[in-house]
Design a protein around this ligand. Structure first.
Ligand code: SF4
Length: 164
């Protein structure tokens, strides 16, 4: 029986045939090793993203340090997505050791800083909006009315329309 594999080791993507005659079509030894691995113990790596708590960005990219058995990929992906590291996260940080006992660690491949409560830009923007609001005629009128109401209350001024 003949089987055909597409080698995923490099961008050449050689079509490698496996038959009674042997393994043919590989341009290098790594392709032969890849096919032998596929026939005996197929493995894959996982590169994905996980949520970061309190991060300046919501997600951080992660990957496994070594390929794991193909049959355990879904289980491993679920375990990785359950990780929710707290910011700050530095690239290269191990987020999980020996994931599911498969001999591979989960590492961050990007850095994510801690989220600031209010960024400096947002704060200065807020101040300028507040300044503009304070200087509008409407706000000035409200202030005058408030001042008048409080002084009227202090001096017990009664509105003429409410006088008996
Ligand atoms: S067989 Fe060698 S050259 Fe061909 S895709 Fe695989 S690694 Fe690349």
């Amino acid at each position: 029986m003949k089987q055909v594999f597409t080698c995923i080791i490099c961008p050449n993507s050689c079509e490698i045939e496996v038959s009674e005659e042997g393994i043919t079509g590989a341009l290098c030894r790594r392709g032969v090793q890849y096919v032998q691995q596929e026939l005996t113990d197929p493995r894959r790596n996982i590169a994905t993203t996980v949520a970061v708590q309190g991060g300046a960005e919501p997600l951080v990219s992660v990957r496994l340090t070594a390929p794991i058995p193909k049959a355990r990929i879904m289980e491993a992906a679920e375990a990785i997505h359950a990780l929710q590291p707290e910011a700050p996260v530095k690239a290269g940080t191990v987020l999980a050791h020996d994931l599911l006992g498969l001999g591979a660690d989960v590492i961050a491949t990007k850095s994510v800083e801690k989220r600031q409560r209010i960024s400096a830009g947002y704060e200065s923007g807020l101040a300028s909006v507040w300044q503009r609001y304070e200087s509008t005629p409407h706000t000035q009128a409200l202030k005058t009315r408030k001042a008048w109401t409080s002084s009227a209350a202090q001096t017990s001024i009664v509105c003429p329309s409410r006088r008996p």
